[in-house]
Design a protein around this ligand. Structure first.
Ligand SMILES: *Cc1c(COP(=O)(O)O)cnc(C)c1O
Length: 362
């Protein structure tokens, strides 16, 4: 999809004239490792429970606006109260609500790129000033001192742990330092948290009133199509976000599917452990090709390949494998992001890259 027409550029709010519809850069391929979805077969118990739940949901009534049954299940899982949980139409909706409620003209978001570009996008949609604390160009790690310093002047700080697309997680102690220094809210985006051994920031909810933690069923739970994310935070923050949300943004089908998935979370979490091991196998394979592969706590790897843009195109056309091209993104020259797939998918991507970079397959 293209940007706005001349006519629309005249008609929309001036700040929005350069916005474009989101483009996931999707090309149909046999193997899709581009969007950090879980490509493994859904665990049988979880899958059956979700399908059974969906089959019996009445469709004629509006959903419970706040999805209280689901909130209770999520709260019990994470050892918090219902008032500390807000569910949304994917994590993306909750991110938007954060900027709607806590961003805006005259307010400042601090983030640490290269990271999830959605923060900057939503921030600027509502006129928020974005202050970027760049990561180290080689290690890709955030500069904690600079982040803490910038955080002192911010209304909202967004940290992603593990970070997309660099894969690193932030230690809980570092997040605690940030929370101590920041007068505003600190978002800890744990969309990939289940894949990490760094541990969640959730215990900090007990000691700090300025932390919100984002989780989603899109990644570890293999339910990206359902659109269900949830935010954990202080009750007054959840109330503020609830006040500005669309009442029925989460339909009866996502609510039912998510409730069944949360009840069968042990199946999903067992699979996550296997995907973590597969990640290390894929990483070893890519390192064996002589590529730069950053360590990852998530279900994807950031890889530096000479001629990445061309390599990505040839992976799609010659091998029908889709990965994400970040080579034009600031700070990510010659970088591709490859989702950890099934062992067969990962073998295929290693073989294809071996052919393209001219190395023997390890
Ligand atoms: C995928 C992702 C999300 C949320 O995705 P949803 O599908 O909208 O739940 C949030 N943050 C990061 C960093 C992500 O990669």
């Amino acid at each position: 999809m293209a940007g706005l027409s001349e006519r629309m550029r005249q008609m929309v709010r001036p700040e929005l004239k350069d916005f474009e519809p989101y483009d996931p850069a999707f090309v149909p391929c046999d193997i899709n490792l581009s969007a950090n979805e879980n490509t493994w077969p859904a665990p049988a118990g979880l899958s059956a429970a979700v399908r059974e739940a969906l089959a019996t949901v009445p469709l004629n009534r509006y959903p419970d606006p706040l999805a209280n049954e689901l909130r209770d299940a999520i709260a019990a899982w994470h050892g918090v109260e219902r008032e500390n949980v807000l569910v949304g139409d994917g994590g993306d909706e909750l991110l938007f609500l954060l900027f709607l409620a806590f961003g805006g003209p005259g307010r400042v978001l601090v983030d640490c790129p290269p990271s999830f570009t959605v923060y900057g996008l939503y921030a600027s949609m509502v006129g928020t000033t974005v202050e970027q604390v760049w990561r180290d160009p080689e290690t890709m790690l955030p500069d904690l001192e600079a982040l803490v310093d910038a955080g002192r002047r911010a209304d909202l700080v967004a940290v992603t742990s593990p970070n997309n697309p660099t894969g690193d997680a932030i230690a809980r102690g570092d997040i605690e330092r940030l929370l101590d220094a920041c007068p505003g809210l600190v978002l800890v985006d744990e969309a990939y948290g289940e894949f990490s051994e760094a541990g969640t920031a959730l215990p900090l909810l007990r000691t700090h009133d300025n932390v919100v933690v984002l989780h989603t069923l899109s990644k570890a739970f293999g339910m990206a199509g359902v659109r269900l994310g949830y935010l954990l935070g202080p009750a007054d923050v959840i109330d503020a976000l609830s006040a500005v949300r669309q009442p029925y943004s989460v339909g009866v089908l996502p609510q039912a599917a998510a409730l069944a998935a949360v009840e069968h979370r042990d199946d999903a979490l067992a699979q996550v452990a296997a995907i973590r091991e597969e990640r290390e196998r894929l990483r070893a394979g890519l390192l064996g090709l002589g590529l730069t592969v950053w360590p990852s706590d998530a279900n994807f790897l950031l890889v530096r390949v000479p001629g990445a843009h061309e390599v990505r195109a040839r992976l799609a056309t010659d091998f029908s494998i889709l990965v994400r091209d970040f080579s034009q993104a600031p700070g990510l020259a010659d970088c591709l992001r490859i989702t950890v797939g099934t062992p067969a998918e990962d073998d295929a991507v290693i073989r294809a890259l071996a052919a393209l970079v001219g190395k023997e397959c390890p």
